[in-house]
Design a protein around this ligand. Sequence first.
Ligand code: UD1
Length: 426
Amino acid sequence: MGDIFVIMDKLLIKGGNRLEGEIYASGAKNSALPILAASLLADSPLKVGNLPHLNDVTTMIELLGSMGLDITLSDTGEVEVDASTINNLNARYELVKTMRASILVLGPLLSKFSKAIVALPGGCAIGSRPVNLHVDAMRSMGAEIVLEEGYIKASSEGRLKGAKIVFDPVSVTATENVMMAAVLADGVTTIENAAREPEVVDLANCLRKMGAIISGEGTDIISIEGVKSLSGCEFSVMPDRVEVATYLTAVAMTGGKVKIKSSDARSFSSVIDKLEKTGAVFLTGEDWVSIEMNQDRPLSVSLTTGPYPSFPTDMQAQFVALNSIANGNATVTETIFENRFMHVQEIARMGGQISLKGNTAFIEGADFLVGAPVMATDLRASASLVLAGLVASGETTIDRIYHIDRGYERIEEKLKLLGADIERIS
Ligand code: UD1
């Protein structure tokens, strides 16, 4: 067999342009993934709208397809998923290894079919990211689970049983998995120390539309009363708050004036609060947000990540980039994931002055960054390199951008619309 050459796309950015104009937010990846998994619970098709065109979403659709679900894509970007054609309950390693969120099929499979075989997600670039909370919660609800040959093999005698689940630490996808396990369980499930993320609320809204009985979503105690069956419905996923916050952070770095339509500023107020401290000025409406930045450089701003409503870990890397060209010094502390600082070395290659001690980055704002070839290492780290490239002098090429394509829909097209000099090359 001959050698196989894989040509990987890169982004080429010539920095220095101010960003001006209007773009639309895409649908939220982290809401789309659990909602697609929820299709497994319904007796009739679930139609999901506002899905972003992202590799992770494609992977989830492929995963459902590999179990025999009937999937129809409409011209308008909606996906209709019919779980009545399911013919196997196995989430294979080849798909799970590319996306940890595949674990989200565990709860629905167990709840609806009393059986699930889900590959254990492999190690991840941003820390060990275990799945013990998911497994323990399913056991508390009566599932028998063995971890064997790299798989979670789970089954239950009849329906799962409602239970009291207390999470420590707070976990977004474990909260979602338990919600989906509980909607068809026997009795009432309460989740304490539940994740309060807006995507958890979006999932609850979808499940409720399918006939589930849920209360307390958006607080740290969620209560679910199991029902006998659920039906499909039409549901449109919420706007992607991390995508929007990333573009707003870009504008705080480059200067300019940008409006983002179809976005909900209430879902990322902790980020707006920090961007205001850098000197940016915001206006918000029911479904839009605009930013104006007139300073040459942002003021530095320190932060610590935490579960919602605290500052999101998914915006940490972008703020390391911002602080690296800010006026002043800042600290950025990561409390959610170990080892989520791979962008630091790459930004340092562009002139960023950052030192790491434990889970804190100490950043001395530099007067300018200089373009360089850099490597994307994970989704949000890649976004931070794009932002750094937008303000750096000269050319930045970012390699391995398949990471960006997991979470940002048409990033170069959206930035081009705002006046950035950015191109996808191979
Ligand atoms: C979700 C998001 C991800 C975001 C993260 C934190 C999706 C698809 N992904 O990931 O973008 O960065 O929330 O906001 O929604 N943990 C355990 N045991 C477990 C599960 C988690 O110890 O079984 C720990 C993790 O290592 C981490 C913390 O809990 O330290 C929070 O992680 P978690 O909220 O579960 O992240 P995800 O749901 O995987």
